[in-house]
Write a protein that binds this ligand. Structure first.
Ligand code: HEC
Ligand code: HEC
Length: 245
């Protein structure tokens, strides 16, 4: 008898939901988030934490610190400064990893697994459900390297970059002194030593052009979209390439 009552109770409890349409299949995005959860908990949680706040159990041993996903702020984007990255930007970071940090490359995963992980990472920040994504920036055709452009690049570097990256590109500029020089999350950062060549985002002209126009959000590395013309950006890019080993 009791079980009959239970069944009846359950049926009543479920019926209004079905009628009101609440029982309809979840949208694909929610399904991806649900799928991403199990891989996230296996592969990512030790660093990025259960709540996506970058405070997993291994985080204390790691420098730079694992990203806190809750604010939706990302360094590696194809999109303008201050805007959200595309899914493809996040997928690229996951598959390639970030060289010279403890963020591993996850290149053994299926494309669907990566897509579900992207959805799961994004679900930690409400920004992804309320704001539009940024539109990837344009990278115009690369002009040839010339002595005149290199000289201009050197001059612009002195004005725009040396305060942080140092007169010779060694990452030892005057503004970059700790304490005080930190990222969005209060962790110490260092301007990259350009003469060591440990670049995370690649060293081709396109990679560096994109970096200078998008900036690295959440860090002191600014966007030069407003300060430099495309020709000036290319000159700086070519000068930076001349500093790399
Ligand atoms: C061993 C620690 C570790 C593990 C495990 C790890 N990460 Fe990371 N991850 C990091 C660190 C450290 C950074 C930040 C590097 C930096 O700021 O330069 C990072 C950054 C990121 C970023 C942000 C990049 C940006 O543009 O700001 C994403 C997205 C990311 N990880 C996703 C993942 C996913 C998904 C997994 C699991 C498949 C994962 N990570 C596993 C350490 C880890
Ligand atoms: C206010 C300080 C500051 C200024 C000014 C600045 N940078 Fe940076 N830059 C940084 C910091 C900090 C990082 C490292 C960010 C991180 O990964 O946490 C960085 C990273 C870089 C990187 C490494 C990218 C990679 O792929 O790993 C390059 C290249 C670079 N900056 C070039 C420049 C150039 C060229 C200029 C001038 C046009 C410039 N920066 C101006 C602070 C600065």
């Amino acid at each position: 008898m009791r079980s009959d009552i239970l069944v009846l109770g359950l049926a009543l409890a479920l019926a209004p939901r079905a009628l009101s349409g609440e029982g309809k299949p979840a949208p694909p995005r929610a399904a991806a988030v649900a799928w991403g959860k199990s891989d996230y908990e296996r592969f990512c949680v030790s660093c990025h934490g259960e709540r996506g706040d970058g405070r997993g159990p291994s985080a204390r041993w790691v420098d730079p610190k694992p990203r806190d996903f809750t604010e939706g702020i990302y360094k590696w984007r194809s999109t303008p400064t201050g805007t959200l990255p595309t899914d493809a930007d996040l997928a690229r970071t996951i598959v390639r990893g970030l060289s010279y940090t403890s963020m591993p490359r996850w290149n053994g995963l299926l494309d669907e697994q990566v897509a579900d992980l992207v959805a799961y990472v994004e679900h930690f920040s409400p920004r992804f459900s309320t704001e539009p994504r940024g539109t990837p920036i344009d990278v115009p055709a690369e002009p040839p390297v010339s002595p005149a452009a290199l000289a201009e690049g050197r001059k612009l570097y002195g004005v725009a970059c040396a305060s942080c990256h140092g007169a010779n590109g060694r990452g030892d500029g005057e503004s970059a002194k700790w304490p005080g020089f930190s990222d969005e999350w209060g962790h110490r950062v260092r301007p990259r030593d350009l003469t060591a060549g440990h670049l995370q985002g690649g060293r081709t002209g396109r990679d560096l052009y994109r970096l200078l126009v998008t900036g690295l959000d959440g860090t002191p590395m600014p966007s030069y979209a407003a300060a430099l013309t495309p020709e000036q950006v290319w000159s700086v890019v070519h000068y930076v390439q001349s500093l790399l080993p």
